[in-house]
Design a protein around this ligand. Structure first.
Ligand SMILES: [Zn+2]
Length: 343
């Protein structure tokens, strides 16, 4: 989708980001390492001298999350050791992958000095635990989107994400008092150039039920952002399964490097694995039985091995992917998905 952002809004967005970064204890001027990787952002950063200069003034350094092979991650580590950022702002999946790499190679980072901000992707509890174990610093989850910028951010209490109420009216349609998620609708109080009114973000979320946060801020808080509607798997009987179920299930399976659970339709499902096939094959039947117990005995589930799992166009990882009601989703990299097709 193309959208326009007026100049006043650009300034408001930056102010909101400063506020959200400030929740971690970061102060303006302190160093920020960005483990980030939207093509558009990265290319403009290289092309746009003004932006490069500005980052220098802002003490901000970019690490390309689109290019994270072992050699690059070693370079990131050495560079960040010298740079000593106060905070790292990263895609949830990228910082998780980086943390796992450091841990596997027995590299112990003594950066960042304050915190890690995780954004742009769903941060599952096991990811948070791993990142905090490796960096020995707290992770602050943040929710936002490209259309409007930062929408909600965690404070030091880590009890839900505070809505940026100066910028948004957030509604969650069809949510059941913190139990089952509803569609997150956004009214943006800036950008008169192109208003977003009750804009359907495509994300599902729940409210945090307790009224006042211990930190004293009284804004409403998001308890969880489940992720895209397409991240939720529906069973033949009509139940929803949170994508986190699959991360938990596969976390303990030896030999699995990456996975994506794909809902083809209401009866058929594909588990795509990037894995050591010899190790996983002996566990296939147990895996299938565990998944059928949750999805339904009638479900047709097949396991497929692939050399890699394509990222979305903006470079995000997806652990679950539903082809139901998914007409407006961007297509994934066709080349990389040659062996199994996403819509
Ligand atoms: Zn709070």
């Amino acid at each position: 989708m193309q959208f326009w952002v007026d100049k006043t809004t650009q300034i408001a967005r930056e102010a909101s980001l400063l506020w959200a970064d400030g929740l971690t204890g970061w102060a303006p001027g302190q160093k920020i390492a960005m483990l980030w990787g939207s093509d558009r952002d990265v290319s403009s950063s290289m092309a746009n001298l003004r932006l490069a200069l500005r980052w220098r003034v802002e003490n901000r350094r970019w690490y390309n999350a689109f290019n994270m092979g072992p050699d690059q991650m070693i370079q990131f580590h050495r560079s960040m050791e010298r740079f000593c950022p106060a905070i790292i702002v990263a895609y949830a999946g990228s910082i998780f992958e980086y943390a796992r790499f450091l841990e596997e190679h027995d590299l112990r980072p003594d950066y960042p000095s304050r915190a890690i901000v995780s954004s742009a992707e769903r941060l599952d509890p096991h990811m948070r635990a791993c990142i905090e174990r490796v960096f020995k610093r707290p992770v602050f989850d943040r929710y936002g989107n490209r259309e409007t910028g930062a929408i909600a951010a965690e404070c030091t209490e880590h009890q839900g994400l505070h809505i940026l109420c100066n910028d948004f009216i957030v509604e969650i349609e069809g949510e059941d008092s913190g139990r089952s998620p509803g569609r997150l609708l956004l009214t943006y109080l800036h950008n008169y150039g192109m208003p977003f009114l009750r804009y359907d973000t495509g994300d599902l979320a729940c409210w945090e039920p307790s009224a006042l946060c211990v930190c004293g801020r009284s804004t409403p808080r998001l308890k969880t952002v489940v992720g895209r509607q397409a991240d939720v798997i529906r069973t033949p009987s009509g139940r929803f399964i949170h994508g986190e179920y699959f991360t938990h299930l596969l976390y303990s399976v030896e030999g699995v490097a990456e996975f994506c659970f794909v809902q083809e339709n209401l009866a058929e499902y594909t588990l795509v694995l990037v894995a050591d096939q010899r190790k996983v094959q002996s566990q296939e039947n147990t895996l299938l039985a565990q998944m059928r117990a949750v999805i339904g005995e009638s479900a047709c589930i097949r396991i497929m091995y692939a050399p890699g799992i394509p990222l979305t166009p903006s470079g995000k990882r997806r652990f679950t992917y539903s082809k139901l009601n998914d007409m407006n989703e961007p297509t994934l990299d066709q080349k990389a998905s040659a062996r199994f097709s996403f819509p």
